[in-house]
Write a protein that binds this ligand. Structure first.
Ligand SMILES: *[C@@H]1O[C@H](CO)[C@@H](O)[C@H](O)[C@H]1NC(C)=O
Ligand SMILES: *[C@@H]1O[C@H](CO)[C@@H](O)[C@H](O)[C@H]1NC(C)=O
Ligand SMILES: *[C@@H]1O[C@H](CO)[C@@H](O)[C@H](O)[C@H]1NC(C)=O
Ligand SMILES: CC(=O)N[C@H]1CO[C@H](CO)[C@@H](O)[C@@H]1O
Length: 551
């Protein structure tokens, strides 16, 4: 049986997160979505780094998508025209992408997405046809492009109708493995949901999305995928820090994929505007398509759905917290309260799950509403248990001891107080021998040097060493290898993205490609990455970097 995909409905722009949308999916049957093990051990990065284009291939002609399922399942707003408006009683609006103005350039493509998901030879990305398909200039056969109507909360407040303001779903593609993927263009022009926006995305945000989602995938975090990034010369005006300083940038489009782009806000808007029949219809569709373990006639099916989403979300947030990811914009521009800061991720998700329970309210009888609240009470516990297990693995701990929680909390507290780098502290702990831990020999291990400046570090270290010594049948090399499979050496840091973006803005995409390659093997030490300084202390100019909603 091929693994089915469970839609996570987790978070995203929908509720309290930012418009940088990453929908989350989890492959059922692979335990905790721990996919990086396979990635890390079964494939190694090639020694030489060259693109392997096959220019003779052109199976793009046979590529087709279908919108039938989505269009037949729901009332569609045929409204006509991409003018901003309030839309009622539908799930999607028909909306045609506005082609990016040429010349178009391929800035990046994912060989894995093209070949393993889309059944296409990556060489087709070099063709003019592909440039058009992937930037909204031409529609793939079968496509009837749609913009999705949803609502949501922003900064804690109900923001009303949001919707795909600069994205178009092209349709669903069923690949040779039987998986269904929904293709979406981001930055492809105005839709009925554009509000005052221009429907475009600029190079910097598109590079971040392309690299960010691919990097998350290879870190083992369920995420949407990115197939390609096309940049144009079309001028796009942006006031990046909302300070009146408008700059002309260039438009870009990411072709991205997920099993579904529905989100909490898809349900919220229907509930908020009293479209309860449609709410029921959407829920029934989502459960049938993405939650096959829930029986359509089960009288508790909405509760079962809610419970699955709560559980999967708790696991997802634990997973991304364990690799130091924060969904939001930190360092902050608009987020002065730190609402989306790294320590607040679990709370932001809890907020979103509360909103999901509220959205489900109209279809839940009173008794089930209170059961939903009880299910939500379990979230914190699921999150903590999962986080505890992940951090134990990050420290190479086997079995369970009473003080493990304190050992982890103690370390995190010291890291916070010494501003030790999250990624490299754990990675360097994975790379030192027991002997080095004993001698406190951290020559050239910059993150551990920072950490060891804490006055309680020697106490923590002896606790840790004693804990490791109590692990029977564990060798030092085995411990190191286990930890290296949990603790990435390379993550997408702001300064790395910025450096690649600066070059991309001059049509030099080499660093985007290099980063994409390196981040596809984040757990393996790579010479090119070391040369580029990607495991080094971030350069001092990185401290001044800030990102915003539009970044
Ligand atoms: C919760 O989600 C995790 C991660 O997908 C999964 O492994 C686990 O079986 C789920 N638990 C329940 C009770 O469904
Ligand atoms: C290149 O494409 C051709 C035609 O599709 C195919 O026969 C050939 O095996 C491909 N070569 C590689 C190296 O993928
Ligand atoms: C410290 O560890 C390094 C290996 O990382 C080793 O080459 C060096 O000799 C050690 N120094 C001392 C003083 O033990
Ligand atoms: C929560 C937080 O870190 N807020 C900071 C956002 O950035 C400004 C400077 O640009 C700081 O003053 C805030 O403290």
């Amino acid at each position: 049986m091929f693994p089915f995909r469970v839609m996570l409905f987790a978070l995203v722009a929908a509720s309290s997160f930012t418009p940088v949308c990453v929908l989350q999916f989890c492959t059922d049957g692979d335990g905790d979505c721990h996919r990086h093990d396979a990635t890390a051990s079964s494939s190694r990065p090639p020694n030489t780094f060259t693109s392997r284009w096959n220019a003779s291939a052109s199976n793009l002609d046979r590529f087709r998508v279908s919108c039938k399922k989505l269009i037949e399942a729901f009332p569609i707003d045929e409204g006509g025209g991409n003018y901003a408006r309030s839309v009622k009683n539908c799930i999607f609006s028909k909306s045609t992408p506005t082609p990016l103005k040429g010349p178009l350039r391929l800035a990046a493509a994912s060989k894995e997405v093209m070949e393993d998901i889309l059944d296409l030879d990556v060489a087709v990305t070099r063709s003019d046809d592909f440039l058009l398909y992937a930037s909204g200039g031409r529609l793939p056969p079968g496509s009837a492009p749609l913009a999705h109507r949803y609502g949501g909360h922003q900064f804690g407040y109900w923001a009303g109708q949001l919707g795909d303001g600069r994205a178009h779903s092209l349709g669903q593609y069923t690949n040779r493995k039987g998986e269904v993927w929904e293709l979406q263009l981001k930055g492809s022009g105005k839709t009925p949901y554009s509000r005052s926006g221009d429907g475009r995305a600029v190079i910097r945000s598109s590079v971040r999305e392309f690299l960010g989602s691919e990097a998350m995938h290879f870190l083992g975090v369920p995420t949407s995928r990115a197939a390609s990034l096309i940049v144009s010369d079309e001028p796009v005006m942006r006031d990046q820090f909302y300070d009146g300083n408008v700059k002309t940038e260039r438009g870009a489009v990411v072709l991205r994929l997920a099993n579904s782009w529905f989100r909490i806000g898809s349900l919220e808007i229907l509930s908020q505007s009293g479209e309860i029949d449609l709410l029921r219809k959407l829920l029934t569709f989502v459960i049938a398509e993405h939650f096959p373990s829930i029986h359509p006639d089960d009288p508790d099916k909405y509760l079962a759905f809610y419970s699955t989403v709560v559980n999967e979300t708790a696991h997802l947030i634990a997973r991304w917290t364990s690799v130091g990811f924060a969904h939001g914009f930190v360092p902050n521009t608009s987020d002065d309260e730190g609402r989306y800061a790294i320590g607040a991720q679990a709370d932001a998700a809890l907020f979103n799950l509360e909103k999901l329970a509220t959205a489900l309210g109209p279809v839940l009888p009173g008794k089930q509403q209170s059961e939903a609240r009880d299910i939500l009470k379990g979230y914190v516990d699921i999150y903590h248990k999962r986080t505890h297990r992940l951090f134990k693995a990050k420290l190479g701990l086997l079995g369970e001891e009473e003080d493990d929680g304190s050992l982890i909390a103690f370390l995190l507290k010291m890291m916070e107080e010494t501003h030790s780098d999250f990624t490299m502290t754990f990675r360097q702990l994975s790379e030192v021998s027991f002997q080095q831990l004993l001698n406190r020999n951290f020559t050239q291990l910059w993150a551990l040097e920072d950490l060891s400046s804490h006055n309680l570090f020697p106490d923590w270290l002896s606790m840790y060493r004693l804990r490791l010594l109590r692990q029977p049948n564990d060798g030092d090399l085995e411990r190191q290898q286990r930890m290296k499979n949990e603790n990435p050496r390379y993550v997408l840091r702001n300064w790395m993205a910025q450096s690649a973006i600066s070059k991309a803005e001059k049509n030099d995409f080499s660093e985007v490609e290099l980063l994409h390659h390196i981040l596809s093997f984040p757990f393996i030490t790579q010479e090119v990455a070391e040369k580029a300084g990607y495991a080094q202390r971030p350069p001092s100019w990185a401290k001044r970097l800030k990102v915003s909603c539009s970044s």
